[in-house]
Design a protein around this ligand. Sequence first.
Ligand code: ADP
Length: 499
Amino acid sequence: MADRGTQDRRTLPQMLVVALLVVGYAAFGAYMHLALQIHIVYTHAAYVPIVLASMWWGRRGLVVTGVVACLPVCLHFFRVADAPLWSDIARIAFFCVVAVAVGELSEKVKAAKWALQASEENYRLIVEKSLAGIFVYRNEHILFANSRLGQMLGRPPEDLVATSVWDLIAEEDLPNVRHLVKRRETTGVSDLRYECRLVRADGTRTWVDVASSAADYEGQPAVLVNAYDITGRKEAEAKRRELADLTRKQEEELIHSARLAELGEMSAAVAHELNQPLSGIRNFANNALYMLQEGVGGTEELKENLRWITEQVQRAAKTINQMRDMTRKSESHFVPLGINEIIRESIEFLTPQLRLTGVEVSLDLASGLQRVMGDRIQLEQVFLNLLTNARQAMEEKDRRCLTVRTYVNASEDRPLVVEVEDTGTGFSADRSEKLFEAFFSTKERGHGTGLGLTISQRIIKDHRGTIGAESELGMGARFTIRLPAAEAADSGEATKRHV
Ligand code: ADP
């Protein structure tokens, strides 16, 4: 320690002083005895080196007491002193008592001084080497700032003293921090934890995680603040968010283009579907016109024709609306849904295609099923994809049976089960995982994107469910979806998510 070094440097002059005093004392004593025959005064002079030695060297100062005590012993031994023996012994005893008392006191003072010095050094080490920027403020003004805070803000820490704490905080975070501090004052809670931006000397921002608490500083109440630099973490988070947004956008595009691809494939069947009501409308309209022009038929027959026309218009409008729903890019909206209802709607939407291909559809839907927490359009997209795949897989087959089954398996975490089974070409067992990989398709170029099952799997995962496939080559295929019930998946409230 620095002070111990200074102490060592002082020892030699101190020893010289004490040695001179001891010699002076001996000379003075001898002179008083021999020349002046005075035997008392010299004793008092002995206390000077004894006290000084004990003050400077603590218990080690007793050595000097020993040397000083030699003089009365010598005088007595050579019979120069005529004082009785007991008085010399008493004198020496007093020397020792004074030396021990002063020595002990001096040791204690030195120990306290070194302890204080050590604690100051520890404090400096902790505060200055801390990874946190530390400052103390009272009445909104900084009383102390460590050098880490100076580094974080690009300013010498001394410059920060007397600065207002509000000048350190970035404008955009000021209202929030002021609000938190005010709340602490009103609620009386001592500790506060928040994140905010501090302003650097060059005007740029440093993100910090702040922990502040009430503390006593120099005997008066103040606030102690530890600020950890989290700029790196914040930048990484922003980057991650940016990437997540980008990925989400790309996924949305993917879902959208897959939907468009399905739509393209469907357009022939939809044209057929629209053609039917349009021909109906034309026929009934011609019929009604003929009745009016030729004056044949009654009002009731005319009305009947018009009713038919309205019905056909509604049918065409429904097809067009479904087409629009399919192509719309949407934010997902999670609400409790009946899975059977979605399956029925999906089948209904594909009925024209299924009919054209000659597929026999059988529905085995359990009644009283619990609802699922889901997005209608997304779940519809999954079923449309499974049903379209099944239909396509059966095109080459003579027997074309499509079965959609729903049931409950109460022992599972995801108790709602949907099975889509067909009698199509199927696939070998080792393919059952591969089907879900992006761009895996066995369909002819232009017929398959290889994205349908990938997107379906992602949608089911978003619904906290699972999807799997089983088949034997040539023996048809079965796709199984397991979903949690709405109560387990969510508290039942509608939630919004982006996909
Ligand atoms: P795509 O239909 O565009 O090819 P999918 O991801 O929907 O893309 O399907 C991937 C592949 O999985 C299909 O090319 C087909 O080989 C296989 N597949 C899907 N469903 C069935 C099914 N029901 N029967 C047989 N193979 C199927």
